[in-house]
Structure formats: C-alpha cells, structure tokens
Design a protein around this ligand. Sequence first.
Ligand SMILES: Cc1cc2nc3c(=O)[nH]c(=O)nc-3n(C[C@H](O)[C@H](O)[C@H](O)COP(=O)(O)O)c2cc1C
Length: 196
Amino acid sequence: MARLDLKAGALLSPVPPTLVTCGTAEHPNVLTVAWTGIVCTRPPMTYISVRPTRHSHALIRETGSFVINLPTSEMARIVDLCGMKTGAKDDKLALCKLKTAPAKTVEAPILTACPVSLECRVTEEKDLGSHTMFLAEITNVSVDERCLDPRGRLDLKKAGLLAYVHGEYLTLGKKCGDFGFSVRKKRSRKPRKDKR
Ligand SMILES: Cc1cc2nc3c(=O)[nH]c(=O)nc-3n(C[C@H](O)[C@H](O)[C@H](O)COP(=O)(O)O)c2cc1C
C-alpha cells in the first residue's frame, strides 16, 4: 500500500489529554495538557510542555509544582473547555464545577473528579521553542479507590480514561493483551485436582 510523507509535525497518538492543576490550594488554576509523558521509572519522572503565553506557565514557575490529573471520558467537555479558556480571565474550576483537595506533597491541589492524580515537583525547565518543558519528579500518586480490584490492586480499566487522537477525544477500547503476554508460558491445561 502507498505511504505518504507528511510535513514534520507533533504527531503522536494516542496521547492523554490531562487536566493539569497548578497554583495553590487557595488560588488554583487548571489547563488541559496533551504534551506529557513518562521519562524515567526510578526516580519516577514526567514532563509537561507548556507555552509561555499560558496563564499557568507563571503559576507552575512560582510554586515549582503541578498535578497531572487523568480525566474520564465523561469529562471530555470539561477537558476541552479547560483548554479553551484561560485562568487569566475565568475561574475554570468554578465554571466546570471541579472540586479540589490538597495534594500530599505539592502546593498545587488535585482534582477529585479525576480517578488518578500525579503530584509533580519541577526539577528542570527547558525552553524548546514554542513550549517550555517542565521536567518533574512524581512525588505522590493518588487514586480513587473505585479503581482498585477486590484484592486492592490498581485496575485502570475501571477508570474509563479519555484518549486524544489527532484532535479528537476518544474512549479506550477493549483489552487485546497485557505486558509480556507475547512471551509468557501458557499454564498447563491439566485439569486441577478437585480438593473438595
Ligand atoms: C486537547 C488539548 C490539549 C492541549 N495541550 C496543551 C499542551 O500540551 N501545552 C499547552 O501549553 N497548551 C495546551 N493546550 C492549550 C491550553 O490548555 C489552553 O491554552 C488553556 O486555555 C491555557 O489555560 P491557562 O491560560 O489558564 O493556563 C491544549 C488544549 C487542548 C484543548
């Protein structure tokens, strides 16, 4: 099948359209950020790339912290709105009826409507061009207990997380594998002895 070369661009899909909270518990702001990812496991590290023109840019610098909140697909309209309006003019948290709670390790608060919140402390800032990359250590992860299975393990399938694919908000689909399943030995099919 023929392939085309597109103009070089920031095309990576899917990405998480996150709700990033910044500022303080008393004066918080929220903006939508899709340019984010994990860059290290130990220590757990992430980044967000934010244009210097965003109201949040200065707030993140002031406290050296932010929280990456992962929204559900039911929150798509809120995610879009927080990416259209600026905290310089509107109180987006009030507008979207978003409740906050104090984070454990950083000044910026968490959003209680989001099933997962990553508390982040900025370690480095890099001007890349259009965006500033805030590199940060993840200092705490808070999850809604409804995302836990009966044995207390994290089961994010339950969360109904939102995805962003080239300008469109999508729900996640069906499971088609899990980490290492391609090389995992199959369990023997011998019938188990009935222990009754
Ligand atoms: C889906 C989506 C993803 C976005 N991703 C980013 C991003 O990664 N970085 C950024 O600087 N702005 C991003 N924006 C734009 C900001 O969220 C938007 O300019 C917002 O109004 C800034 O809010 P603030 O001025 O209160 O900080 C995104 C917007 C949308 C709708």
